[in-house]
Design a protein around this ligand. Sequence first.
Ligand code: ZN
Length: 197
Amino acid sequence: MPQHAPSTTEPIGSIDPGTLHLRLHPDAVLRAKARPVGEVTDNVREVAQRMLQIMHEEEGIGLAAPQVGLPWRMFVCMVPADPKAGDLSEGVREDTAGNPMVCIDPVLTPGGPLASVEEGCLSLPDIRGQINRQVEVSMEATGLDGKRFTVNAAGLLARCIQHEVDHLDGVLIIDKFGQLDRLRTRSALRRLERKAR
Ligand code: ZN
């Protein structure tokens, strides 16, 4: 099992963004509970830029810091608009309006009913399954300017935010799969685990 993750005692502020790369299951860093970032330093901003670069290269819509080996409470996302999306209530967003979003130390308040939608994850290539999540979420987080902001999200953005915050708690989509998806993805998961040895 590859274990090149910096230890959780390594100070924020000493990370060389050039060394960061996508981590795949079963890398142990994906199972760590990430710690708060706190102050948004130049190094935090550099790490966020590198995370956005990796996310774009991998053609993902979201990427959490543990996925690049950092057990920090931070994620980036860029969620495209859904042309099929219905009318939204005032102040609710389903996408990031063409801009990348950096979210540091997020706090979530999910709402609305549960819905099951297929999800994938950059750290679990070729593995997809149905995940139950609440359809709305209100998030408070710190931006790159160091200020707290609030987003009221629905649709794909709400799903993406909840998926990324799961990463900060060491939770992966495979933990939330139902019996059917567990069976269906078993061999792909084993292949991935074998490759890491
Ligand atoms: Zn993921």
